[in-house]
Ligand binder design. Sequence first.
Ligand code: C2E
Ligand code: CA
Ligand code: CA
Length: 852
Amino acid sequence: MQPRDKQFPDAPLAATVRDLGPTCLGLLARITPNSVATKLYLLAVLILTAIVGMATASVHFSQLTSDAADRVHQQGFIGLVTATDLEVTLHRHRRIVESAPAEVDRATIALDRESLTGLAGRLATLAAGIEREEVRNAVDAMALSAVLPELFKLGERVLHYAENFAQNQALDTAAIYSTTAGVLQKRIDRYRTGRIEIARNEAARVSVEAHGFVRWITLCVLCVLLVLGPLSVSITRRIVSRLAKIQHVTLRLAADDTSVVVPSTLDPDEIGDIARAVDIFKCNAIALLDYRRQIEQTNLEFSVALEHMSQGLCMFDKGKRVVVSNRRYGELYGLAPDSIRPGTSLAEIIEMRLAKGVFPRGKLQDYARERLEDARTLSHQVDELSNDRTISIVRRSMPDGGWVTTHEDVTELRRAEARIKHLAHHDALTDLANRVQLRSRAAECVAALERQQKFALLCLDLDHFKDVNDTLGHPVGDELLKLVADRLRHCVRSTDLVARIGGDEFAILQIGIEGEDDVLRLARRLIEHISEPYLVGEHKCLIGVSIGIAMAPRHGGESEELARRGDLALYRAKEAGRGGYRVFDETMEQDRNAKLGIAADLRGAISQNELHLVYQPIVDLESRTIGGFEALMRWRHPGRGLIPPRDFIPIAEETGLINSLGIWALNEATREAASWRQPARIAVNLSPVQFKHRDIAQIVIDALTASGLAPHLLELEITESVLLHNTQATLAALHRLRAFGVRIALDDFGTGYSSLSYLQNFPFDAIKIDQSFVRNLATRSGSVAIIRLVAALANSFGMETVAEGVETASQLALIKSAGCTHAQGYFFSRPVPSGLIAQVHETCTELLDAAA
Ligand code: C2E
Ligand code: CA
Ligand code: CA
């Protein structure tokens, strides 16, 4: 989540601090009428004013007091002292003068004169001082000096009279003197009184000032008490209460309670600013809390992810100590989950692992040392542990000197890889070598030819395996293949290689042979062992093996060439009847080449009009008439002459040409049969390949439609192998044809798997017993019994039984006695061109009559 306030887009706390500085400075700078600062300043100014007022009053009062004291001292006290001094001096002067008339001693008088002179000087000085004082203070002058000369003159005279013993005159003069002295005394008294008055006045003034001062002080104190007190208390209370609320909010915010509402945010003063700052702080706190919650959630998710990782993870710091690890890490090395904690050292972990015995196999000695040394350097390694687990370790170093390792148990992966590697060279079912391994070993053997090391390639193909597989199912087939593989392994030496190269195809590299005898012995041993019965579950299976042999260097010095030649020999072995072996020889290759030539020529055979059909009668033994004709294909090759079907039909089947040949035969045969004057059935052979590739039912219906032949006159001859493969689609096609009216005959019965169950599975119209049975009638006693059994069974299902290859009258008699309803063979007629059919009708009737 983003912080809400745009002012704090990132690192909100730092930004808050950064921005609070200017905010505070702003507070000081901004003194508005409503600001707290203004109020506080106002309060301070008021208090200062009160203090200044009181101080001024005090100074004023002290000045007044000091002035008054000065004046009392100057004008009162000094005046009084001077007056007293003057009075005392005057008094002494008077005593001398007034006592002089009675003095008779001239010496004393002389002394008195002297004293008087001194006293007169003093008096004059004092009087002059007073007069100067009076002048300075501009007060009424006592005119003391004005009396003094008279007084002194009178005093002189008194002394003069007394010296001269003129007592009367002295007394008289003394009386005048006393009067003058009295005047002076009065003036001194008045002066003193004046001085006292001044002192009294000053004292009164000071008293008045003191009262004023007290009033002023009282006023100021009252002012402070009545005005400033309540004002400051109210201001302080308002500020403090709001601050207290904000402080409370701040404390709750600090305790992560963001539900609080910040008060005073609308206040225009500094507290409002603080409140707004706190509000911003709150927004940031909310953002921070969200951020913290996110981090906690992320941490939680991280730990859950860490704990549920399939890989073990361990992070180390540069001191080789665990920073973080997950449970899987401990599990991988068999360590208890709580044994690896942050702070656990790598050395401890290694020690624990050694104690548990979980360390890379064969590395016990050096393990601890190596691991500690290259802890940081390795980037990837795979440890095969002593507990059979394989751990892939990836290390990544981190910028801070630490590293992180991830540990993955790749045991299963490794096993799977090994298995895949094994499968790449082995057959999954039998665990024998596969074609790839065979090829590379063959190449090795070819290389070893230089060292005179001969070897042989035996190509094996199981006989009748397909029948087992198709009738008993793939699971049984697979089991059988495994048993075959086991037997093959037992037949060869450990140096030889047995490979499975196809469904029921195997190959053996017999290495280090002396001569052909070694190989033939092995081939015989193989045939003998493989041909022994198998028990797969409750099924007893009988199969055989055909072997083609190519030897090196006799038959080639290249593995491809040898493989091809071994295959050719195998082909020949199969051709020659199963359960045998053939060693390659040059003629096989010539034959093969001839076959390839035939295949090439066959492509043009239809368009070149080289094909034609011949017809062999199928005789109805009961009605003793010709029941129908089997159409057999012939190829007149421009160079090779007439080529029998056994030489080109298999090639046509291999190459797929049988499809067009088959369509041609169907059209040709139905067209021919439709043209017969004496209506007869026409039997057409269908190859199993035709059922694989085409919508055979439609092709047949098209041929009937095109020819206009009645469907019941067409009989399709199919072999058991048609039913073995592609059963569902094949059965559907056959049923469709049968529903259309076409007859279906089972050809060559007794050559394949010869399961009588087919007779139950599909309602054939006829069964053609293979000519090999008829041929062996005379020699093998069992043959008659088999023919009888088949004929009886077929009869019970309402099917006809055709004995093929009847060449003699005795054979005819035997098959007739065995219950066959029809017969076909040279005894009646060889296959003939269409032009001879009428003739065949005649000869056959004759033969039947003769046989009867
Ligand atoms: P098949 O269907 O069993 O045909 C009967 C074969 O037995 C014919 O050989 C016939 O000439 C031969 N045969 C008949 N009577 C006697 C006898 O008394 N003694 C002896 N030894 N042989 C007798 P052919 O014509 O050489 O055909 C061989 C096989 O080629 C046929 O066997 C059939 O499987 C196949 N074939 C012939 N024509 C066609 C065809 O048009 N289409 C298909 N798909 N296969 C055909
Ligand atoms: Ca046939
Ligand atoms: Ca046949």
